[in-house]
Design a protein around this ligand. Structure first.
Ligand SMILES: Nc1ncnc2c1ncn2[C@@H]1O[C@H](COP(=O)(O)OP(=O)(O)OP(=O)(O)O)[C@@H](O)[C@H]1O
Length: 249
Protein backbone atom coordinates (compact mmCIF):
# COMPACT_ATOMS: atom_id res chain seq x y z
CA UNK A 1 0.00 0.00 0.00
CA UNK A 2 1.26 3.53 -0.76
CA UNK A 3 1.62 6.14 1.99
CA UNK A 4 -1.87 7.14 3.05
CA UNK A 5 -1.09 10.86 3.06
CA UNK A 6 -0.37 10.79 -0.68
CA UNK A 7 -3.74 9.27 -1.58
CA UNK A 8 -7.16 10.72 -2.36
CA UNK A 9 -9.03 7.66 -1.19
CA UNK A 10 -7.63 4.96 1.03
CA UNK A 11 -9.62 1.88 2.02
CA UNK A 12 -7.82 -0.71 4.10
CA UNK A 13 -9.29 -3.94 5.48
CA UNK A 14 -12.87 -2.71 5.13
CA UNK A 15 -15.70 -5.12 5.93
CA UNK A 16 -19.43 -4.75 6.33
CA UNK A 17 -22.03 -7.44 6.91
CA UNK A 18 -25.80 -7.37 6.46
CA UNK A 19 -27.53 -10.02 8.57
CA UNK A 20 -24.27 -11.94 8.82
CA UNK A 21 -23.58 -11.78 5.05
CA UNK A 22 -20.29 -10.01 4.28
CA UNK A 23 -21.13 -7.72 1.35
CA UNK A 24 -17.66 -6.13 1.72
CA UNK A 25 -14.96 -8.43 2.98
CA UNK A 26 -11.51 -7.13 3.91
CA UNK A 27 -11.50 -4.70 0.98
CA UNK A 28 -8.41 -2.60 0.35
CA UNK A 29 -8.35 -0.06 -2.46
CA UNK A 30 -6.30 3.07 -3.01
CA UNK A 31 -6.99 5.94 -5.41
CA UNK A 32 -4.21 8.40 -6.14
CA UNK A 33 -4.91 12.13 -6.32
CA UNK A 34 -6.08 12.91 -9.85
CA UNK A 35 -6.66 9.29 -10.78
CA UNK A 36 -9.64 7.84 -12.67
CA UNK A 37 -10.43 4.20 -11.83
CA UNK A 38 -12.92 1.77 -13.35
CA UNK A 39 -14.60 -0.76 -11.06
CA UNK A 40 -16.01 -3.93 -12.57
CA UNK A 41 -17.35 -7.17 -11.15
CA UNK A 42 -20.38 -9.45 -11.17
CA UNK A 43 -23.76 -8.58 -9.66
CA UNK A 44 -23.53 -8.63 -5.89
CA UNK A 45 -19.73 -8.13 -5.88
CA UNK A 46 -20.12 -5.17 -3.53
CA UNK A 47 -19.61 -2.25 -5.92
CA UNK A 48 -22.65 -0.30 -4.75
CA UNK A 49 -21.93 -1.10 -1.10
CA UNK A 50 -18.37 0.20 -1.54
CA UNK A 51 -19.76 3.50 -2.90
CA UNK A 52 -22.23 3.59 0.03
CA UNK A 53 -19.30 3.28 2.44
CA UNK A 54 -17.29 6.03 0.73
CA UNK A 55 -20.27 8.42 0.77
CA UNK A 56 -21.16 7.68 4.39
CA UNK A 57 -24.47 6.00 3.60
CA UNK A 58 -23.23 2.73 5.09
CA UNK A 59 -20.84 2.51 8.00
CA UNK A 60 -18.23 -0.27 7.82
CA UNK A 61 -17.94 -2.78 10.66
CA UNK A 62 -14.17 -2.85 10.29
CA UNK A 63 -11.37 -1.14 8.43
CA UNK A 64 -10.08 2.30 7.54
CA UNK A 65 -11.59 4.73 5.04
CA UNK A 66 -9.65 7.95 4.50
CA UNK A 67 -10.22 10.82 2.08
CA UNK A 68 -7.49 13.21 1.00
CA UNK A 69 -4.96 11.44 3.19
CA UNK A 70 -6.18 12.39 6.63
CA UNK A 71 -9.97 12.68 6.73
CA UNK A 72 -11.48 9.63 8.42
CA UNK A 73 -14.73 9.20 6.48
CA UNK A 74 -16.12 6.70 8.98
CA UNK A 75 -16.47 9.63 11.40
CA UNK A 76 -18.62 11.73 9.08
CA UNK A 77 -22.18 11.52 7.82
CA UNK A 78 -23.44 11.71 4.24
CA UNK A 79 -24.08 15.46 4.27
CA UNK A 80 -20.59 16.21 5.65
CA UNK A 81 -18.97 13.96 3.09
CA UNK A 82 -20.83 15.62 0.22
CA UNK A 83 -19.68 19.02 1.53
CA UNK A 84 -16.09 17.79 1.70
CA UNK A 85 -16.17 17.18 -2.03
CA UNK A 86 -17.29 13.64 -2.80
CA UNK A 87 -20.06 13.78 -5.38
CA UNK A 88 -22.09 10.78 -6.46
CA UNK A 89 -24.14 10.14 -9.54
CA UNK A 90 -26.59 7.29 -9.31
CA UNK A 91 -27.52 5.18 -12.28
CA UNK A 92 -30.91 6.75 -12.92
CA UNK A 93 -30.76 10.40 -14.02
CA UNK A 94 -32.68 12.76 -11.76
CA UNK A 95 -32.60 16.04 -13.66
CA UNK A 96 -35.42 18.58 -13.35
CA UNK A 97 -37.33 17.74 -16.53
CA UNK A 98 -39.45 20.89 -16.61
CA UNK A 99 -36.40 23.18 -16.40
CA UNK A 100 -33.97 24.05 -19.15
CA UNK A 101 -30.54 22.48 -19.33
CA UNK A 102 -29.01 25.77 -18.24
CA UNK A 103 -31.40 26.20 -15.30
CA UNK A 104 -30.60 22.72 -14.09
CA UNK A 105 -26.96 23.80 -13.88
CA UNK A 106 -27.87 27.11 -12.20
CA UNK A 107 -29.80 25.18 -9.56
CA UNK A 108 -26.87 22.83 -9.04
CA UNK A 109 -24.47 25.77 -8.68
CA UNK A 110 -26.66 27.10 -5.89
CA UNK A 111 -26.45 23.76 -4.05
CA UNK A 112 -24.77 22.94 -0.74
CA UNK A 113 -21.20 23.17 -2.02
CA UNK A 114 -21.82 26.27 -4.09
CA UNK A 115 -18.81 28.42 -4.79
CA UNK A 116 -21.22 31.23 -5.74
CA UNK A 117 -23.39 31.54 -2.62
CA UNK A 118 -24.61 35.10 -3.00
CA UNK A 119 -24.02 35.54 -6.68
CA UNK A 120 -26.37 33.02 -8.19
CA UNK A 121 -29.37 35.30 -8.39
CA UNK A 122 -27.25 38.11 -9.67
CA UNK A 123 -26.39 35.95 -12.66
CA UNK A 124 -22.79 37.01 -12.25
CA UNK A 125 -20.18 36.86 -14.95
CA UNK A 126 -18.24 34.23 -13.00
CA UNK A 127 -21.33 32.06 -12.78
CA UNK A 128 -22.08 32.47 -16.48
CA UNK A 129 -18.51 31.53 -17.38
CA UNK A 130 -18.68 28.49 -15.16
CA UNK A 131 -21.96 27.36 -16.77
CA UNK A 132 -20.52 27.86 -20.27
CA UNK A 133 -17.55 25.78 -19.24
CA UNK A 134 -19.67 22.93 -17.88
CA UNK A 135 -21.98 23.01 -20.93
CA UNK A 136 -18.94 22.55 -23.17
CA UNK A 137 -17.64 19.69 -21.04
CA UNK A 138 -20.96 17.84 -21.07
CA UNK A 139 -21.53 18.39 -24.80
CA UNK A 140 -24.77 20.33 -24.28
CA UNK A 141 -23.82 23.90 -25.24
CA UNK A 142 -26.23 23.78 -28.19
CA UNK A 143 -29.06 22.50 -25.99
CA UNK A 144 -28.77 25.02 -23.15
CA UNK A 145 -32.22 26.54 -23.66
CA UNK A 146 -34.03 23.24 -24.25
CA UNK A 147 -36.07 21.59 -21.55
CA UNK A 148 -34.25 18.72 -19.91
CA UNK A 149 -37.33 16.60 -20.66
CA UNK A 150 -36.45 16.82 -24.37
CA UNK A 151 -32.93 15.44 -24.02
CA UNK A 152 -32.08 11.86 -24.95
CA UNK A 153 -31.40 9.42 -22.12
CA UNK A 154 -27.65 9.79 -22.69
CA UNK A 155 -27.83 13.58 -22.69
CA UNK A 156 -29.74 13.50 -19.39
CA UNK A 157 -26.89 11.46 -17.94
CA UNK A 158 -24.42 14.08 -19.18
CA UNK A 159 -26.52 16.87 -17.70
CA UNK A 160 -26.49 15.12 -14.36
CA UNK A 161 -22.72 14.76 -14.57
CA UNK A 162 -22.69 18.51 -15.24
CA UNK A 163 -24.81 19.12 -12.15
CA UNK A 164 -22.29 17.14 -10.18
CA UNK A 165 -19.44 19.21 -11.67
CA UNK A 166 -21.24 22.40 -10.64
CA UNK A 167 -20.61 21.35 -7.04
CA UNK A 168 -16.89 21.21 -7.86
CA UNK A 169 -16.24 17.85 -6.18
CA UNK A 170 -12.71 16.57 -5.67
CA UNK A 171 -13.91 13.02 -6.29
CA UNK A 172 -16.77 11.94 -8.56
CA UNK A 173 -18.40 8.56 -8.07
CA UNK A 174 -20.27 7.55 -11.20
CA UNK A 175 -22.51 4.48 -11.21
CA UNK A 176 -23.12 2.72 -14.55
CA UNK A 177 -23.20 5.89 -16.65
CA UNK A 178 -23.62 4.21 -20.02
CA UNK A 179 -26.42 1.75 -19.19
CA UNK A 180 -29.11 2.33 -21.81
CA UNK A 181 -26.97 4.62 -23.98
CA UNK A 182 -26.47 4.26 -27.72
CA UNK A 183 -23.02 3.18 -28.91
CA UNK A 184 -22.25 6.72 -30.04
CA UNK A 185 -23.31 8.16 -26.67
CA UNK A 186 -21.25 5.53 -24.88
CA UNK A 187 -18.11 6.49 -26.79
CA UNK A 188 -18.75 10.19 -26.21
CA UNK A 189 -19.23 9.48 -22.48
CA UNK A 190 -15.78 7.88 -22.31
CA UNK A 191 -14.27 11.01 -23.91
CA UNK A 192 -16.30 13.25 -21.61
CA UNK A 193 -15.11 11.43 -18.48
CA UNK A 194 -11.53 11.49 -19.72
CA UNK A 195 -11.86 15.28 -20.08
CA UNK A 196 -13.24 15.53 -16.54
CA UNK A 197 -10.46 13.31 -15.22
CA UNK A 198 -7.85 15.84 -16.31
CA UNK A 199 -9.03 18.03 -13.40
CA UNK A 200 -10.87 15.64 -11.06
CA UNK A 201 -10.49 12.21 -9.51
CA UNK A 202 -13.15 9.77 -10.67
CA UNK A 203 -14.41 6.28 -9.81
CA UNK A 204 -16.63 4.73 -12.48
CA UNK A 205 -18.58 1.52 -11.92
CA UNK A 206 -19.52 -0.07 -15.22
CA UNK A 207 -20.39 -3.43 -16.76
CA UNK A 208 -19.81 -2.31 -20.38
CA UNK A 209 -16.31 -3.59 -21.19
CA UNK A 210 -16.13 -1.71 -24.49
CA UNK A 211 -16.67 1.51 -22.54
CA UNK A 212 -14.12 0.52 -19.88
CA UNK A 213 -11.60 -0.05 -22.66
CA UNK A 214 -12.31 3.43 -24.05
CA UNK A 215 -11.66 4.94 -20.61
CA UNK A 216 -8.14 3.55 -20.76
CA UNK A 217 -7.57 3.58 -16.99
CA UNK A 218 -6.59 1.14 -14.25
CA UNK A 219 -9.31 -1.39 -13.54
CA UNK A 220 -10.31 -3.06 -10.27
CA UNK A 221 -12.45 -6.18 -10.41
CA UNK A 222 -14.41 -6.82 -7.22
CA UNK A 223 -15.80 -10.22 -6.27
CA UNK A 224 -17.50 -11.27 -3.03
CA UNK A 225 -16.64 -7.95 -1.43
CA UNK A 226 -12.91 -7.83 -2.10
CA UNK A 227 -10.45 -7.12 -4.89
CA UNK A 228 -10.14 -10.11 -7.21
CA UNK A 229 -7.82 -8.50 -9.73
CA UNK A 230 -6.38 -5.08 -10.46
CA UNK A 231 -4.33 -3.51 -13.22
CA UNK A 232 -4.71 -2.62 -16.87
CA UNK A 233 -7.85 -3.90 -18.58
CA UNK A 234 -5.68 -6.31 -20.58
CA UNK A 235 -4.15 -7.65 -17.37
CA UNK A 236 -7.48 -7.98 -15.56
CA UNK A 237 -9.36 -9.50 -18.48
CA UNK A 238 -6.64 -12.11 -18.97
CA UNK A 239 -6.91 -13.17 -15.31
CA UNK A 240 -8.44 -16.66 -15.15
CA UNK A 241 -10.34 -15.84 -11.96
CA UNK A 242 -11.95 -12.78 -13.59
CA UNK A 243 -12.88 -14.86 -16.64
CA UNK A 244 -14.42 -17.50 -14.40
CA UNK A 245 -16.58 -15.24 -12.22
CA UNK A 246 -17.33 -12.37 -14.58
CA UNK A 247 -16.17 -12.09 -18.15
CA UNK A 248 -16.69 -15.70 -19.14
CA UNK A 249 -20.33 -15.81 -18.11
N1 LIG B 1 -28.76 -2.97 2.88
C1 LIG B 1 -28.53 -4.26 2.59
N2 LIG B 1 -29.10 -5.26 3.31
C2 LIG B 1 -28.87 -6.55 3.01
N3 LIG B 1 -28.06 -6.95 2.02
C3 LIG B 1 -27.47 -6.02 1.27
C4 LIG B 1 -27.68 -4.63 1.50
N4 LIG B 1 -26.95 -3.94 0.58
C5 LIG B 1 -26.34 -4.86 -0.18
N5 LIG B 1 -26.64 -6.11 0.21
C6 LIG B 1 -26.12 -7.35 -0.37
O1 LIG B 1 -24.72 -7.22 -0.48
C7 LIG B 1 -24.24 -7.79 -1.69
C8 LIG B 1 -23.46 -6.76 -2.48
O2 LIG B 1 -24.38 -5.91 -3.12
P1 LIG B 1 -23.98 -4.64 -4.03
O3 LIG B 1 -25.26 -3.97 -4.41
O4 LIG B 1 -22.98 -3.83 -3.33
O5 LIG B 1 -23.33 -5.34 -5.29
P2 LIG B 1 -22.98 -4.68 -6.71
O6 LIG B 1 -21.60 -5.13 -7.02
O7 LIG B 1 -23.23 -3.24 -6.67
O8 LIG B 1 -23.99 -5.41 -7.69
P3 LIG B 1 -24.70 -4.84 -9.05
O9 LIG B 1 -23.70 -5.00 -10.15
O10 LIG B 1 -25.86 -5.80 -9.20
O11 LIG B 1 -25.14 -3.43 -8.80
C9 LIG B 1 -25.45 -8.35 -2.41
O12 LIG B 1 -25.52 -9.73 -2.16
C10 LIG B 1 -26.61 -7.60 -1.78
O13 LIG B 1 -27.78 -8.37 -1.81
Amino acid sequence: MPERRDTLLYLDGVSVAFDGFRAINNLSLVLKKGEMRAIIGPNGAGKTTMMDIITGKTRPDEGEVFFNGDIDLTRHDEADIAMMGIGRKFQKPTVFESHTVEDNLVLALAGPRSIFPALVHAGSRAEAARIDDILETIRLAERRHDLAANLSHGQKQWLEIGMLLAQDPKLLLVDEPVAGMTDAETEETARLLRDIATTHSVIVVEHDMHFVRELGVKVTCLHEGSVLSEGTLDHVSADDRVIEVYLGR
